[in-house]
Design a protein around this ligand. Structure first.
Ligand code: TTP
Ligand code: MG
Length: 393
């Protein structure tokens, strides 16, 4: 079987919780929930993640922490330690870079790797997947789940199927059959609300969706209908974009008690500006757009944003922009539940991109070959010249 492209999706298992379990051995075997302080059930804010033990009780990401507490009162609740998780994230991205020069991080704990043309180095898909999992474990003592396929969409779907510690491979040509039996909720990009609408049309599996015609699907998906149907058939030509940088960064705070005092609101926003500035500088990022978010006690949420003349990571500049936005927003005369400060239109301090991939396509070669060669070139640079590509020894 031939792999036109060999795309790997890696996603760490119960990432934040797994790091806490690793670092505090007495947590092992217990239900661990990372997120806001539950305050014996009266806490606000949400669950960031839960380990697999806590998930048995129905606890999951984004659930209100008070609900989690009701479901799992004996759980161990811990606040997130983002800096520690960001360190581990850098380590895993480092590991990924030793398997491909084309690594596209999607979040702290997951990435796509374009491993096209690396058969001679890492062997077949199953050896490749096992090697990646082993290296991650060796470096971090954490488990990852891996999906391998000829497209991003199928690889992403595959990595989720045998979590935790999974390895799922979809061989080329098998995509439609592979996706067919999966429940519609497994489709990447379909949110909970959309899934409900899709089910109302009698569509239960990805295969059911693939069999509908685009006109019918456009009732739910609008212009995206044809594209979604292609995905359901496993057709996805999107490229792995190396070194793609994060698009936005934000810090939010849900208050234990709603804020009613304007001075306290201003003070909280300024604190968030410091947090955002610090993270931007730490991650070597600058942004041009500053975003303020306000959520009232009834969950009504407003965002306001402004664009700066040039990108910045300076707390002072972010603060100035936020204070302007706050003033323009006017009086916050209702109790405030949450405040947030974010930056978007981010750019990296350094020049991003990988020079070894900026090559000319030689005449008579297919794009696949050229890409695969570029992969090997950069691995050769790393591992020495015993690395060959596709039988050209
Ligand atoms: P995920 O990969 O979605 O979840 P996970 O790694 O905890 O669990 P698994 O992949 O095994 O299902 O997200 C990675 C981390 O991102 C997660 O550990 C915590 C954080 N996160 C949040 O803070 N809020 C969220 O709503 C989600 C989904 C994740
Ligand atoms: Mg994960």
């Amino acid at each position: 079987m031939s792999w036109a492209r060999r795309i790997v999706h890696v996603d760490m298992d119960a990432f934040y919780a797994a790091i806490e379990e690793r670092d505090q051995p007495d947590l092992r075997g217990k239900a661990v929930i990372i997120g806001a302080d539950p305050r014996k059930g009266s806490g606000r804010g949400v669950v960031s993640t839960a380990n697999y033990e806590a998930r048995k009780f129905g606890v999951h990401s984004a659930m209100p922490i008070s609900r989690a507490y009701r479901l799992c009162p004996h759980g161990i609740y811990l606040p997130p330690r983002i800096d520690a998780y960001a360190d581990v994230s850098r380590e895993i991205m480092d590991v990924f870079a030793s398997f491909s020069p084309r690594v596209e991080p999607l979040s702290l704990d997951e990435a796509f790797l374009d491993c096209t043309g690396t058969e001679d180095i890492f062997g077949d898909a199953s050896s490749l997947g096992r090697a990646i999992k082993e290296k991650v474990k060796e470096r971090t003592r954490l488990t990852a789940s891996v999906g391998i396929a000829a497209s991003k969409y199928v690889a992403k779907t595959a990595s989720d199927l045998q979590k935790p510690d999974g390895l799922v491979i979809c061989t080329p040509g098998e995509e439609a059959r592979f996706l067919e039996p999966l429940p519609i909720e497994r489709m990447w990009g379909i949110g909970k609300k959309t899934a409900v609408k899709v089910r109302a049309m009698g569509i239960r599996t990805i295969g059911d969706l693939a069999r509908r015609n685009p006109e019918e699907l456009s009732r739910v998906f609008g212009k995206r209908a044809a594209g979604i149907r292609d995905l359901a058939l496993g057709i996805d030509h999107r490229e792995v974009i190396a070194g793609r940088v994060r698009k936005s960064l934000s810090e939010e705070r849900t208050f234990a008690k709603d804020l009613t005092d304007p001075e306290a609101m201003t003070a909280a926003l300024i604190r968030l500006c410091h947090d955002v500035g610090e993270r931007m500088r730490k991650e070597g990022m600058r942004g041009r757009t500053v975003v303020m978010k306000i959520r009232y006690s009834d969950f009504e949420t407003h965002t306001r944003q402004t664009s700066l003349d040039s990108a910045t990571s300076s707390t002072a500049e972010i603060r100035e922009a936020i204070l302007d936005l706050l003033q323009a927003f006017g009086a916050m005369d209702r109790p405030v539940r949450l405040l947030g400060v974010g930056m978007s239109a981010l750019e990296s301090d350094e020049v991003v991109g990988q020079p070894e991939l900026q090559f000319q396509r030689p005449a008579g070669k297919t794009a696949r070959q050229t890409r695969a060669e570029a992969t090997v070139d950069s691995l050769r640079a790393k591992f020495g010249h015993h690395v060959h590509w596709g039988g050209q020894k």
